[in-house]
Design a protein around this ligand. Structure first.
Ligand code: CTP
Length: 451
């Protein structure tokens, strides 16, 4: 008699009774059980954030049950069909929470949905293990509105309260997003939350961050976090002393595609990097704060954090020279700014425009080849590694779901709960270096005559 092969898949995070019972019954469906365990990257790309256990631990937990005859790793969409053909699978099975979803596999094998075990899930365990973080929002502008729907995709955090010195704005925001609490009183606000997301105008960030840290609240702050190196250093130091997380919210730094790009470059795929060129432009409404606030507005304070990110991430913080050039509007604000960096063995350019339009691409050039990240590169949904011999070119694709803020929130939650990756996506040193560039730019702009 031929062997009946069964296959099942899952994250198997914080291994629980539901997983055990599923594997037990899956094994009973045949003679040989293959279990596919998802990688973190795959989970992230399908919107499942904050998986606590490492892939190795999750595999080990599946192994320990003794039900799996073979354990494989699931890392991409479409793999299930491939595996079924490759391993000659007879039965595909998953829990009843997926009923119907995998009917398309019936062309390849039998599909069985097993009754899900009641009242237990990894999501529940994660919530129990780590109290749900109560997030407070400071500032109620456009970016804050984009944040709230994204928070809902991340388990372990809930947007509870909103603060705005204009209580009417806070009230409108809270009602719109069905939040529990709104206030114009900071003391009251801090009592209601464990962590804050700061999305107020740039110049107010420093005071809010300081105040929040003094109240022992974790902080996720919109970019540019501060506009002076000293302030950045002081705040990171304070956060360390008070044992709270302080993170600068540059969404690109946390998204899957950009992190893959950095890994590909570090692996040496294009040799030694000789040049980084990053461009971000936006046709902004001329009446908006970005083009009317003559002290803190302008293209570089608005977009510079993005274009500096790949430069500093790839080439580091030790540049030898930095030169600014801008074109200014009648009100003195820079509508177009270029920054030229000279490193010991590389050059870099950051190009920023508000009210000026150009191709939003990132090009990283090296001694073996170059990488072209398609516009808009700050979402990094695709990039191509290109060589002299173009038959060697390789294209990479990544997810950037909706507004992409869920990735930074996911990292924020992981940092607060003390698990997950170390902070290499955007280090303290890199964030401080960016504040220094901002500071030098403000000095330059104030001293320069308009073009
Ligand atoms: N499963 C089950 N009973 C449960 C929980 C999960 O039968 N109470 C099954 C799922 O249907 C799936 C497998 O276990 O076939 C692995 O699921 P996974 O997504 O890892 O577990 P969940 O606990 O559902 O995870 P999460 O809460 O993160 O979605």
């Amino acid at each position: 008699m031929t062997m009946r092969k069964v296959i099942t898949y899952g994250s198997f995070d914080l291994f629980h009774e539901g997983h055990y019972r599923l594997l037990q019954r899956a094994k009973d469906l045949g003679d040989y059980l293959i279990v596919g365990v998802t990688t973190e990257r795959y989970d992230e790309s399908r919107g499942k954030m904050n998986v606590v256990d490492s892939l190795m631990d999750r595999i080990e937990n599946v192994r320990k049950t003794g039900f799996a005859d073979e354990i494989i790793i699931e890392d991409h969409v479409g793999q299930k069909t491939e595996d079924i053909i490759k391993y000659g699978v007879d039965v595909f099975t998953v829990g009843s929470d997926w009923t119907g979803v995998f009917d398309y596999l019936k062309d390849y094998c039998e599909v069985v949905y097993l009754e899900r075990t009641k009242d237990i899930s990894s999501t529940m365990l994660r919530a129990r293990k780590y109290n749900i973080i109560r997030l407070g929002i400071i500032g109620t502008g456009r970016i804050a509105s984009r944040m709230i729907p994204e928070v809902k995709y991340v388990s372990g955090i809930n947007a509870d309260a909103v603060y705005n010195p204009h209580v009417e704005s806070a009230k409108r925001f809270a009602e719109h997003f069905e939040m529990n609490k709104y206030t114009d009183n900071l003391e009251e606000f801090f009592e209601e939350v464990d962590a804050v997301y700061i999305a107020s105008p740039h110049e107010t960030h420093y005071d809010y961050i300081k105040n929040a840290i003094e109240h022992k609240k974790h902080v996720l702050c919109e970019k540019p976090m501060v506009l002076q190196k000293k302030q950045a250093e002081e705040l990171y130091q304070m956060a360390e002393e008070k044992e709270v997380v302080l993170m600068e919210a540059i969404k690109t730094a946390y998204c899957p595609g950009f992190n893959q790009l950095i890994s590909v470059i570090r692996s040496g795929a294009i040799g030694n990097v000789c040049d980084v060129e990053a461009c971000f432009t936006k046709l902004e409404n001329p009446l908006n704060r970005e083009l009317t606030d003559t002290v803190y507005g302008g293209s570089f304070t608005e977009l510079g954090s993005y274009t500096l990110l790949p430069i500093i991430k790839i080439l580091g913080t030790d540049y030898k020279e930095m030169e600014f050039k801008c074109q200014k509007a009648a009100n003195g604000l820079d509508i177009y700014t270029k920054v030229y960096f000279t490193y010991e063995k590389a050059l870099a350019t950051s190009k920023n425009g508000l009210g000026v339009k150009s191709e939003g691409q990132l090009i990283v050039s090296g001694t073996r080849g170059y990488i072209l990240v398609d516009a808009p590169w700050w979402k990094t949904t695709s990039f191509e590694v290109r060589y002299e011999d173009s038959s060697q070119n390789e294209k990479y694709f990544s997810k950037f779901l909706k507004d992409g803020l869920r990735y930074e929130i996911g990292d924020f939650v992981s940092s607060i709960n003390g698990f997950g990756e170390k902070k290499f996506k955007l280090t303290r040193k890199e964030s401080i270096a960016m504040a220094e560039v901002m500071e030098k730019f403000m000095e330059y702009r104030n001293n320069e005559e308009g073009l």
